[in-house]
Ligand binder design. Structure first.
Ligand SMILES: *Cc1c(COP(=O)(O)O)cnc(C)c1O
Length: 341
């Protein structure tokens, strides 16, 4: 038994999901003739109250496409210093769109509307890059699965409106936020111009992300996806996993959140742990008293078949997910309580 808590991307499709995939009706999605992909796109568009949705192989490609749709080369994107688009997409913002990021020094991956106002370059000051887009992440990964305050997101929307800026949500883990905060997808659809969602994280699909947005901005999305190499053929087999996950794996995210909270409570009581970030969803970020003990700590856990990940700067991360069973959870809690560093 391996307890793999490095990420919620490590899950494998359940038997029910595999059955749904094998029974999928498919067609060539580059011609938009795959009925299962079309059904998934329609379902997500409707769920978020938006006219358009487009299936992507990865969340990175969905985000990169959104950034391309919102910007011209030379423009600037406002995002948090911990943003996935800035830290974990291979520099794609500059490679694909020729834009730079203006980083906000936020708190747990989130920032305020005030900070956005400060980050905007005056459009008539032609020495500076033109600010074109504000990007937020919910939940914020490096923030420890933190959830935005919806009222603050509304204030940021108002700033975008006043300054004629696009507003994109990296909603790779929006499902976790919806369940944790009891919000609806439509709340988010009303607020953002574009939203990317991942099916391959908490929802447990092997692959898949979807970009959802307004008619005008999404018009060119299929072209950008093609340019990035994301036009796929009989991909309904994968979309079927997404439809299955929306029916079966959404509400259960509350279990992942409960487990994450219980893990954080045990970690808080361990003498060699300095700090545990507040847990709101399925991510636990913590620091050891001595950063130098990190590799020893990870190795000893590995000897007990427990895997977690290091995020650099002394931060360790645990992510709970569909394949982390109650039995594994009990084993982990006991192992941690008995742990000697
Ligand atoms: C995982 C993730 C993505 C997309 O990553 P892919 O591995 O390309 O699917 C985007 N944003 C956040 C915050 C993520 O955690």
């Amino acid at each position: 038994m391996i307890i793999d808590l490095r990420s919620d991307t490590v899950t494998k499709p359940t038997q029910g999901m595999l059955d749904a995939m094998m029974q999928a009706k498919v067609g060539d999605d580059v011609y938009k003739e795959d009925p299962t992909v079309n059904a998934l796109e329609e379902r997500l568009a409707k769920m978020f109250g938006k006219p358009k949705a487009l299936f992507f192989p990865t969340g990175t490609m969905a985000n990169q496409t959104a950034i391309k749709l919102h910007t011209n080369p030379g423009d600037q994107v406002i995002c948090d210093k911990d943003a996935h688009i800035y830290n974990y997409e291979g520099g794609g913002v500059s490679f694909n769109s020729g834009v730079s990021c203006k980083l906000i020094d936020g708190h747990r991956g989130m920032f305020t509307a005030e900070q956005v106002i400060e980050a905007i370059n005056p459009p008539d000051f032609y020495h500076s890059p033109l600010t074109a887009l504000v990007e937020v992440e919910n939940t914020a990964n490096r923030g420890g699965g933190s959830c935005w305050d919806f009222e603050e997101l509304k204030k940021v929307r108002a700033v975008c409106d006043t300054n004629n800026l696009g507003y994109h949500l990296d909603g790779a883990r929006i499902w976790n936020a919806l369940v944790a905060k009891k919000e609806t997808a439509k709340d988010y659809g009303q607020l953002f111009d574009t939203i990317s969602v991942c099916l391959s994280k908490g929802l447990g699909c092997p692959i898949g992300s979807v970009l959802i947005g307004d008619e005008a901005i999404m018009q060119n999305a299929i072209r950008i996806r093609k340019i990035l190499g994301g036009g796929m053929r009989q991909v309904g087999y994968l979309a079927a996993a997404g439809l299955y996950a929306l029916d079966n794996h959404l509400d259960r995210l509350a279990e992942d959140h409960k487990k994450a909270k219980e893990i954080s409570q045990v970690l808080c009581d361990l003498s060699f742990i300095k700090k545990v970030e507040p847990v709101e969803t399925n991510i636990v970020i913590f620091e050891l008293q001595q950063k130098t003990d990190e590799s020893k700590f990870l190795r000893s856990l590995d000897d007990k078949n427990i895997r977690l990940s290091s995020m650099g700067q002394g931060k360790l991360r645990i992510v709970t997910h569909l394949d982390f069973t109650d039995y594994m959870h009990d084993y982990l809690l006991s192992a941690l309580k008995a742990f000697k560093l």
